[in-house]
Design a protein around this ligand. Structure first.
Ligand code: UVW
Length: 319
């Protein structure tokens, strides 16, 4: 029996990318009719109770891996030049013990989910054509995913280990469908419908350990590896029924973006697919390299924040 916010959804009913309608006047296809009118979940609908039960069987050793960076990392410039600034943590010592609050807490400044209210497709609006006014009434807020829960099978794709010693974290290596499949094959794992795909690029590990890191150094114009931005890759992810991708880099996607070919503008508003950014896969990747198991059960719990645009991830992977 599904929880009150969990719909039964038949993933076999999802049309192929080529059968999705074109967004009028564009060459982009949209999935606005796939999950039903008024839907606020998008591809999170793939995470049905049956899928969760099946995915839980991947827990063999009972070990868990934290996927969140410390909330104060990476550090953001306080002058607002990056938009997001680092929070100030106020700790109040009280007679009874303590209390605390955060000032200027940008919900997307550390390991994060982008909600469907994060990116609009120009004048066509947000996912399902939702308007700014409708967002104000509660459509597409991060709270919908919080109430549903995000749990299912995840596959780690470890790009640096796949490439080996010649890997360059400053090169714009764009992972498209064939490359994702080649990495998965070498790792001995297959993609399955409803997968959450974790893309390890090693970029955040480099950044946090680099003498160059620090406020103002996270630059989206600096080349870095990540998900490929081309339409063929959007077709691959849709036809493979990927629930979402999460990366350990700035945007999950390879940077700098190619104009008009940045998956943010397809995945979020057209597919209803969240994007995870700045996740931490280091400990998990070490373990996968050790035991050769690249599939796992993942649980994440974004904030139950009405109208939230993004959220910390609160994510664990279990093996
Ligand atoms: C970028 O597009 C760089 O990331 P975000 O989704 O965090 O705005």
């Amino acid at each position: 029996m599904a929880g009150s916010n969990q719909k039964q959804f038949d993933i076999n009913s999802v049309p192929k990318y080529r059968d999705l309608p074109l967004l009028e006047g564009t060459e982009e296809r949209h999935a606005w009719d796939v999950f039903g009118p008024g839907d606020n979940l998008g591809t999170i609908n793939y995470l049905t109770p049956e899928h969760v039960l099946e995915s839980m069987k991947l827990v063999k050793r009972g070990v868990s891996f934290n996927l969140d960076l410390p909330l104060d990392q990476p550090e953001r410039p306080q002058d607002g030049s990056e938009g997001r600034v680092s929070y100030t943590h106020n700790i109040y010592r009280t007679r009874g013990g303590g209390d605390d609050s955060l000032d200027n807490f940008y919900l997307q400044s550390s390991s994060q989910f982008d909600s469907l209210a994060h990116v609009r497709f120009g004048s066509r609006g947000f996912y399902q054509g939702v308007t700014d006014e409708e967002l104000d009434t509660g459509r597409l807020g991060i709270d919908h995913w919080s109430q549903h829960g995000i749990s299912g099978r995840a596959v780690l794709i470890d790009l640096p280990r796949f490439v080996g010693p010649s890997f360059d974290v400053h090169q714009r290596t764009a992972m498209d469908g064939p490359m994702l499949e080649a990495i998965a094959k070498k790792q001995g794992v297959e993609f399955k419908p409803a997968d959450i795909v974790l893309l390890r690029t090693g970029w955040m590990e480099w950044y946090l350990n680099s003498k160059d890191q620090g406020p103002g150094r996270m630059n989206v114009t600096d080349p870095q590896p990540g998900l490929d931005g081309m339409r063929e890759t959007a077709e691959w992810m849709w036809d493979h029924k990927i629930t979402f991708f999460a990366g350990d880099n700035i945007a999950c996607e390879a940077l700098p973006p190619v104009p008009l070919n940045f998956q943010h503008r397809r995945m979020i508003p057209l597919f209803g697919m969240t994007i995870g950014e700045i996740w931490d896969f280091e400990e998990l990747a070490e373990d996968c390299a050790r035991d050769g198991v690249y599939e796992m059960f993942l649980v994440a719990k974004p904030l139950n924040l009405p109208r939230g645009v993004g959220s910390p991830i609160n994510a664990l992977a279990f093996k």
